[in-house]
Design a binder for this molecule. Structure first.
Ligand SMILES: Cc1cc2nc3c(=O)[nH]c(=O)nc-3n(C[C@H](O)[C@H](O)[C@H](O)COP(=O)(O)OP(=O)(O)OC[C@H]3O[C@@H](n4cnc5c(N)ncnc54)[C@H](O)[C@@H]3O)c2cc1C
Ligand code: FES
Ligand code: FES
Length: 469
């Protein structure tokens, strides 16, 4: 059994090791949340979860189709049914209804949840995001609607005011969050653990070399749903304090591998402009509310978006195992297709970014859609310039080889040269020939190479005034 508070009521739900929150809610009669895609793409399954935010709670929207129920043991969840009733609609429901934001209604509960999460965002202030009510319409980027069209939905978002006095979910924000409790659930399809300490997590991984490490579950949840993947042992690491560090020191910025991308985005603000440029291009708010850096680097996908950015930032990884912590430069981490130097039983503990940061940075993600898409090619840049000369260049690439790459040759073609159009053109030609891009359903090899070349020319074009000024 898994214990949850759902829509304000404590519940015990039967669970296997791979039961999703969506399946459990629907089996319990809460059929507002829908299954559209079962892979985090449509948002029809969105629910609110109460997450710790300082001494209180932040309501965050997540994809219930990707969340494993045992990972939510002890959590507090609100579904569209818990937001309002037919006689007393929540403002998000009311505005969608009166503005014609719902036709077949399949996507509507998911939109209501994402609207409610943004409605409840404590920092929302008039004028923010260029909106009179401060509503970030990108908070809806993980929700798809196939029939209404988005204008009435955005109208509803723009019409939302601030929570009224006595709004129960707004009031809940000032009370302590439920803590992620240690969990052990044995079922026919496997055993699920949330160990309370790092030592116990490492002991479990040592005892079960095939164990699946689980952080936000946005990769693993897709495998569970679409590929019927099952792990005999799952070890959830999302609550381990060592993996949740956040430090911004004078020489290094340390980001815990299990912090969600939304958490990092909020806490870093504009401290690392390259990450600030990157976060909004990663998936959707729904996904970023669960996805972690540890998970992105743990998959070692050649099209993962954090490696190009972190390679440009000269990041290092802290790997923790039974023998202690070792620090590995990210440039040495990837060894082959989805292979890394991480030993079995080791966890990524944190990402370290050295400071001071290079002042000229850019992130280019070339994908079929502007948002919520996997990149065909991704490029991160970090350049230092002195007197108009490039003194240091770091370029990280994704999508052009079996592993993420540093573009060493293009970097060498920039370093020591004036940051001119001629230098950029020369280096861009070299960059275009970097890696061994494939042709697949996302892009042809030729397109990928051309995009690399254009990308560097674009960086030069956009920063040339800054340099000559
Ligand atoms: C709709 C959708 C859109 C997406 N868009 C993007 C995108 O734009 N860019 C992108 O790069 N990715 C994208 N992804 C992929 C995914 O969201 C990311 O890879 C994410 O960072 C994974 O983090 P997680 O915490 O959810 O990982 P999980 O699913 O929990 O884990 C992923 C893997 O990493 C391992 N792992 C997790 N944490 C650790 C750790 N601390 N140490 C060692 N191993 C660990 C796990 O064992 C597992 O194998 C998308 C996924 C979906 C479903
Ligand atoms: S069902 Fe589509 S995102 Fe969950
Ligand atoms: S109202 Fe039909 S999918 Fe959105």
């Amino acid at each position: 059994m898994v214990e949850l508070k759902i829509n304000g009521t404590a519940r015990q739900l039967p669970s296997a090791a791979h039961t999703t929150l969506l399946a459990a809610l629907r089996a319990d009669g809460l059929t507002g949340c829908k299954e559209g895609c079962a892979e985090g793409e449509c948002g029809a399954c969105a629910v609110l979860v109460a997450r710790a935010d300082g001494a209180g709670v932040r309501w965050e929207s997540v994809n219930a189709c990707l969340a494993l129920l045992p990972a939510l043991d002890g959590a507090e969840v609100v579904t569209s049914e818990g937001l309002g009733t037919p006689g007393a609609l929540h403002p998000a429901q009311e505005e969608l209804a009166v503005r014609g934001g719902s036709q077949c209604g399949y996507c509507t509960p998911g939109f209501v949840v994402s609207l409610a999460a943004e409605y409840l965002r404590p920092e929302r202030t008039p004028g923010e995001h260029g909106e009179a009510n401060g509503f970030d319409v990108h908070s809806l980027s993980g929700n798809l609607c196939r029939c209404t069209g988005y204008r009435p939905i955005v109208d509803a978002a723009r019409a939302l005011g601030t929570p009224v006095e006595g709004d129960p979910l707004a009031a809940r924000r000032s009370q302590p969050a439920p803590s992620a409790r240690p969990t052990r659930l044995e079922a026919a399809d496997g055993t699920f653990h949330r160990p309370p300490t790092l030592a116990e997590a490492l002991a479990l991984l040592a005892a079960h070399p095939d164990a699946r490490v689980l952080a936000g579950g946005t990769d693993w949840g897709v495998d569970v749903n679409l590929r019927r993947a099952r792990a005999s042992v799952t070890v959830a690491v999302d609550a381990l304090p060592e993996l949740r560090a956040f430090e911004t020191g004078r020489e290094v910025i340390r980001l815990g591998a299990a912090l969600t991308l939304s958490d990092l985005e909020r806490r870093l603000g504009d401290r690392v402009p390259l990450l600030q440029a990157w976060f909004p291009q990663f998936a959707s708010r729904l996904i970023r509310n669960s996805a972690t850096l540890g998970g992105n680097l743990g998959t070692a996908s050649p099209i993962g978006d954090s490696p190009p950015v972190l390679l440009a930032l000269d990041a290092e990884l802290e790997l923790v195992g039974p023998g202690g912590v070792r620090v590995v430069p990210l440039r040495d981490y990837f060894t082959g297709y989805r292979q890394t130097v991480r030993a079995p039983g080791e966890l990524i503990q944190a990402v370290r970014i050295p400071t001071p940061l290079a002042p000229v940075t850019a992130f280019h993600k070339i994908a079929k859609r502007r948002f919520d898409d996997i990149s065909s090619v991704a490029v991160g840049y970090a350049l230092r310039l002195e007197g108009g000369v490039v003194t240091q260049a770091r370029i990280g690439l994704g999508g052009v080889a079996a592993t993420p790459l540093r573009a060493y040759e293009a970097e060498a073609a920039l370093e020591g040269r004036p940051w001119t159009a001629e230098t950029a053109r020369r280096a861009a030609r070299i960059l275009g020939g970097t890696g061994t891009p494939l042709s697949d359903h996302r892009a042809s090899a030729g397109y990928r190479a051309a995009m690399l070349e254009q990308s560097l020319l674009k960086v030069h074009w956009e920063t040339r005034a800054e340099v000559t000024a």
